[in-house]
Ligand binder design. Sequence first.
Ligand code: FES
Ligand code: FES
Length: 154
Amino acid sequence: MPTVSMTVNGKAASGDAEPRTLLVHFLRETLGLTGTHVGCDTSQCGACVVHVDGKSVKSCTMLAVQANGAEVTTIEGLANGELHPMQAAFREHHGLQCGFCTPGMVMSAIDLVRHNATPSESDIREWLEGNICRCTGYHNIVKAIQAGAQAMKG
Ligand code: FES
Ligand code: FES
């Protein structure tokens, strides 16, 4: 079985992975980073979004071996003593209910703001096309992301 090595949340991480092992399973089961969720088996829900080399990626659509040597950030890597501004905005604006979709929403939202520092409501709704929430109706998620974008400027 090949050994896969990557930098995860700023630390070197490695483990054995079969060639067919998905990145999400490597993160959750080999590295124990269970904040990245699996909500579907069809690459639709976005609960598994992480950053690979700075870009948001559905980690159920990528093999662990494809991330060999990459810089990976998961939801666990965002808070640095205090919540990341986007996490704080989701809490402040009630951008979650059950929270299952939230790690993927937050990781996607941060990537959006890196591309577009002041996203409009329609920018956010379009960007989140690949992230499904079964609870909130999305309205508060949009508000949270707009507030998070403002806070990230600071
Ligand atoms: S678990 Fe990856 S998109 Fe649903
Ligand atoms: S808060 Fe429950 S799925 Fe989004």
